[in-house]
Design a protein around this ligand. Sequence first.
Ligand code: PEP
Length: 248
Amino acid sequence: MRRKIVAGNWKMLGSRTENAALLDALVGGLNADTVTCVVCPPFVYLHDVWRALRDSPIALGAQDVCAEAQGAYTGEVSAAMLKDVGCEYVLVGHSERRTLYGEDDQLVARKYAAALGRGLIPILCLGEQLAEREAGQSTQVVGRQLAAVVNLCGVQALAGGVLAYEPVWAIGTGRNASPEQAQAIHAFLREQVGQQDAKIGAGLRILYGGSVKAGNARELFDMPDVDGGLIGGASLKSDEFLAIVAAA
Ligand code: PEP
């Protein structure tokens, strides 16, 4: 049985005051020792959030990481720094990074390697654009995104990470993938990994992300290959996020 994970991506939203209220409600309201719960605030709030969470079971994650280990990379944050401030997880290859900041599969794979190399658990985001889905290319796209990581890091590297299938057309749109659509891609991803290493494929956690809310979480998480969710907008509302965790 794979332990489910619910991770909140706070995006570039929030403030110290809003975060403190949200964290108070999450720490006070969380009642799920069978689910791993993670929050990923913007870099500047990591230390504040770490302090608020340090005696709670909620883990800390970041939204991005530099592919380089250290050096003259102004504006970037390394995996070692994230580890130093208490992060356990980091998102890599979120579709907003891929589409708005030009991150390609190779850069994302290097970020995955950098995170893993420093003892972080990378959450590798994969997903197709609407036009790609309509052209019947969903598996081809996510297969290519996954292969970039496997080619650089080896299939064993997937044992130390988590996948998040996030169809781009479902992120922030209010239009989630149906449970069947999510299941089909998750099963495909698991099979791709399983063909190379059956044990890693069977143990791999694959989250679904894209307009998950309290009202649709359960039917998505009930699918056999959906191991939890990566939650954007709804992770900023404590009652919604707690209900999503409860659904997991
Ligand atoms: C996300 O930001 O990764 C995401 C899934 O957003 P939302 O839940 O708002 O669609």
